[in-house]
Design a protein. Structure first.
Ligand code: BDR
Ligand code: CA
Length: 329
């Protein structure tokens, strides 16, 4: 009997979050205790509805908890959005909204309902009472996780590891220097990376090393399952939207959050991972929200450093995994 990793997903669903949730559900290595939802790609209420729609599609009634609607502190300083010239998610082209993350995923309205408790309450109570350590897989801004760690720092004793999608070394997407999840709540990202909890950081370097193509989207659609069909449609619409917005190549795109889930379930797909000291710029300037990895010679991290950055994954293994799992009826 496989010893399944107990996990909590934290999502801002979102197109790539949707693929990540489907992959997590179909990954026998993972036992999903609950899904907490944060704001990010869209307001938190939309992200909750989108998460429930995906669960309906998959026929899985996993408890979903609505979390924080805003970052911990960043909106308190108005000038902090100075480096943000566009949100990178949507554009108005010829009077039409073109978007990477539709306000509502193209699925029937959700039948399932979210739980009454707040996501942070669920995180704190579940982790306080856990008999076995739990792995967190956050793939949105880290607000819920940062807040839960502030509410009850002792929960870190029961966190096995945090496998997160966020950050980038030497590149950005929402700004020239920062990745969107870290940019949206830099303080929360700093709390998480400074917590001493083992963290595997799946940033843009890793996710773009495993981009899926339009051809891959067709393969997913041809799997003959609702999950394969929907994942293929999402991959295709992301590639086409980014091209229309002038920020994509029209051929391929990273399905960021699904790569993070794949790294949590099947770490053998990781080709390059380095233990490195990490910091986050929270100073509100041009580098606001940037992940700073210490890559200097002579400053190599020792075993006491708890952050590891994934730089590269095996695209073929990642895609084969996705196809195998989404082809299950
Ligand atoms: C991350 O930002 C969001 O738009 C995606 O869902 C992903 O989690 C990529 O930078
Ligand atoms: Ca996300």
């Amino acid at each position: 009997m496989l010893n399944r990793k107990k996990v909590i997903l934290d999502v801002d669903t979102g197109s790539d979050d949707a693929v990540a949730i489907m992959l997590a559900i179909r990954s026998e290595e993972l036992e999903i205790l609950g899904i907490t939802v944060t704001w990010g790609n869209r307001p938190v209420d939309n992200c909750v509805e989108n998460t429930l729609r995906v669960l309906d599609l998959m026929g899985r009634d996993i408890p979903v908890y609505k979390g924080c609607p805003q970052p911990m502190v960043r909106y308190l300083t108005r000038q902090r959005n100075a480096a943000l010239d566009k949100d990178g998610i949507s554009a108005n082209i010829g009077g039409q909204e073109v978007t990477v993350h539709p306000a509502y995923l193209d699925l029937p309205p959700a039948v399932l309902r979210a739980q009454e408790s707040h996501a942070c309450t669920f995180l704190v109570e579940t982790l306080r009472n856990a008999k076995e350590k739990v792995t967190l897989i956050p793939v949105g801004p880290l607000t819920n996780i940062g807040m839960a760690l502030r509410m009850a720092p002792e929960i870190k004793e029961n966190i096995e590891e945090i496998v997160l999608m966020g950050g980038a070394v030497g590149m950005g997407n929402i700004t020239a220097s920062a990745e969107a999840n870290f940019y949206h709540d830099p303080e929360a990202a700093k709390i998480v990376l400074d917590s001493g909890i083992p963290c595997r950081v799946i940033g843009l370097n890793a996710t773009h090393s495993a981009e899926l193509t339009l051809e891959d989207a067709e393969t997913l659609k041809s799997l003959g399952t609702p999950a394969g069909q929907f994942a293929g449609e999402l991959v295709e619409s992301r590639i086409r939207a980014l091209k229309a917005m002038g920020t994509g190549n029209g051929v391929s795109d990273a399905i960021h959050d699904a790569v993070a889930v794949a790294c949590a379930a099947c770490p053998e797909i990781i080709l390059d991972m380095k233990r490195q000291r990490c910091d986050i710029d929270i100073n509100g300037g041009a580098a606001d929200g940037q992940l700073i990895a210490d890559t200097r010679i002579g400053y190599e991290a020792d075993e006491t450093v708890t952050t590891q950055i994934v730089y590269k994954v095996d695209k073929k293994q990642f895609f084969d995994l996705l196809c195998r799992r989404l082809s299950e009826k």
